[in-house]
Design a protein around this ligand. Structure first.
Ligand SMILES: [Zn+2]
Length: 252
């Protein structure tokens, strides 16, 4: 945010169908935002297109998008900082909302922050999360890949027994989702035909990571702080990513 943005006209953004109020500030709708036009144009192909096609336009409605998702995106723009999201963002259906919105506005920054948050918390997920992703959230392929690689890494570093113990005890995942549906045991998991593809992918990944371990290049997804799972549309954006070597920045 700079003086150029402060000189720009203000666009009103309304997220959701109706105005939403909180008890704390009953006069201020939570889902209505006022943002300088130049900031939107700099950060979103979507706003570029819709504001360009109607130059006098001062209000943009996003009826299908949650105001919390819009608020997170705006915080990212205002602070220009890749900070991690709230824990609720780890729920797969919320992650989908963030990524769908990131796709709509064309914000690789938001997409990458969601992925970073997921990756930083990957140790909380057990193998049942892979089944949930496979069955109910097929669009979250990157999340699937990160959890798969983490679990394969557990096998390579600590052995299959450890993965089985993880799957048989109540994991953070169960607490996070508050669901008893995911409880079971490893034996049940591998005999379920619906898990065949997951088990095969895990075996292949374990082979890959064993090779990496032999070459001393193995890093657990729980410890990586690089750009491996990011999406960058241009080489320049990739070079400027804070998670590139030498580019690391602390959020204020
Ligand atoms: Zn990156």
């Amino acid at each position: 945010m700079n003086a150029k943005h402060a000189r720009s006209p203000v666009i009103k953004i309304v997220a959701g169908e109706n105005e939403i109020f909180s008890d704390d500030e009953p006069a201020v709708p939570l889902n209505v935002f006022y943002v300088s036009k130049s900031l939107l144009l700099e950060n979103s192909t979507y706003f570029n297109i819709i504001l360009d096609s109607a130059p006098g336009r001062a209000v943009v409605f996003l009826p299908e998008h949650n105001y919390l998702v819009v608020a997170v995106w705006l915080n990212l723009l205002f602070h220009d900082c890749l900070d991690l999201l709230h824990e609720d963002a780890l729920l797969f259906h919320n992650m989908e909302k963030y990524l769908v919105f990131a796709d709509l506005v064309g914000s690789e920054k938001l997409k990458n922050v969601v992925i970073d948050t997921m990756q930083a918390n990957v140790a909380r997920f057990s193998i049942y999360a892979l089944r949930d992703l496979q069955d109910h959230h097929p669009s979250l392929t990157v999340c699937f890949d990160i959890i798969l690689e983490y679990l394969a890494c557990v096998v390579v570093m600590e052995g299959w027994r450890h993965l089985m113990d993880r799957a048989e005890t109540e994991s953070d995942y169960d607490q996070l989702y508050g669901s008893a549906n995911f409880k079971g045991c490893w034996a049940d998991f591998i005999t379920d035909h619906g898990n065949l593809d997951i088990v095969n992918k895990l075996l292949l990944k374990v082979d890959d990571l064993n090779r990496e371990k032999a070459q001393n290049t193995l890093i657990s997804p729980a410890e990586r702080e690089d750009c491996k799972w990011h999406e960058h549309l241009t080489e320049q954006a990739k070079a400027n990513c804070p998670r590139r070597p030498g580019k690391r920045q602390e959020c204020p």
